[in-house]
Design a protein around this ligand. Structure first.
Ligand SMILES: [Zn+2]
Ligand SMILES: [Zn+2]
Length: 274
């Protein structure tokens, strides 16, 4: 049966729907071997959906309590999804996911993870209508992540495509400029971040029908030697294992034979066939 895990999960401590305990109980029900929580690091622009120091301390304490109560049934890890935009303490976490949800461009903030309207606003008002320039700025911020922390996992590598299925004219993912920007970001992260995720979160939330990142990026990640991690970026416990099989198929199609999970001894490769 392999090893079932999700390291990218959100709860009511940030922008998820469920308590940590509800998610642990669901993970046990769904036969997960382990679950890791990855609350959002504090951002002033998303203050109610992210964790300030006080919230982060309560989050850590609750995860420790749940491990005491349910430790014989499931292993629970305490992680953080940290944005490049924020400066918070990363001490006391088992692992870190590095993600770009918004980026500083000159003196402006560019949102890629809010609403399609916010993305269009940025394309029109900041990038003069050039959607590819918007995507290029996003990938530059992804490449800059290692300057903001020491991350284990690169989160949703091409989040900039969140609204592309509904708005295909936002930019052309087949354009050489787009492909070059994504590839350049991937190449710049070699040796700095070991793992990337195949993230199914936008499927359960109704934004997309396929996981992040696009197949050509998964192929590039394989070529460059990144390990793959499957996650559901869960904000609703009913979707904790959303599209895991599809994620495995995508990895296999790109030539991967294994994916990584976090265990006591660190990240461990598990055959995709299991
Ligand atoms: Zn994220
Ligand atoms: Zn997330």
């Amino acid at each position: 049966m392999g090893y079932k895990q999700c390291l990218h999960t959100h709860s009511i401590f940030c922008d998820g729907k469920d308590s940590l305990e509800e998610m642990v109980l669901t993970a046990i029900d769904k036969g997960f071997d382990s679950i890791g929580f990855s609350g959002h690091s504090y951002m002033d622009i998303y203050s109610e959906f992210s964790m300030d120091d006080e919230k982060a301390a309560a989050y850590k304490a609750e995860i420790a309590r749940l491990q005491q109560v349910y430790g014989d049934k499931i292993k629970i890890y305490c992680g953080l999804e940290k944005d490049n935009y924020t400066k918070v303490s990363t001490a006391g976490y088992d692992y870190l996911i590095g993600s770009v949800h918004c980026l500083q461009y000159g003196d402006q903030l560019v949102f890629v993870d809010w609403t399609a309207e916010k993305s269009w606003d940025a394309i029109r008002n900041i990038f003069g209508g050039d959607g590819l320039a918007y995507a290029e700025a996003y990938f530059d911020a992804v490449a800059d992540l290692p300057n903001h922390g020491s991350f284990d996992i690169l989160g949703h590598m091409d989040l900039v495509t969140k609204f592309i299925e509904k708005y295909p004219d936002m930019f052309d993912m087949d354009h050489p400029r787009y492909r070059a920007a994504a590839t350049k970001a991937a190449e710049s992260l070699v040796g700095k971040v070991k793992y990337f995720e195949v993230n199914t979160g936008a499927i359960s939330r109704g934004y997309r029908t396929t996981p992040y990142p696009a197949p050509f990026i998964i192929e590039e990640m394989k070529r460059l030697g990144f390990g793959a991690i499957i996650s559901s970026d869960c904000h609703d416990r009913n979707f904790l294992d959303c599209a895991y099989e599809e994620a495995k198929q995508l990895l296999k199609a790109a030539g991967y034979t294994e994916h990584y999970v976090l265990k006591e001894e660190g990240f461990v490769a598990i055959p995709l066939e299991d």
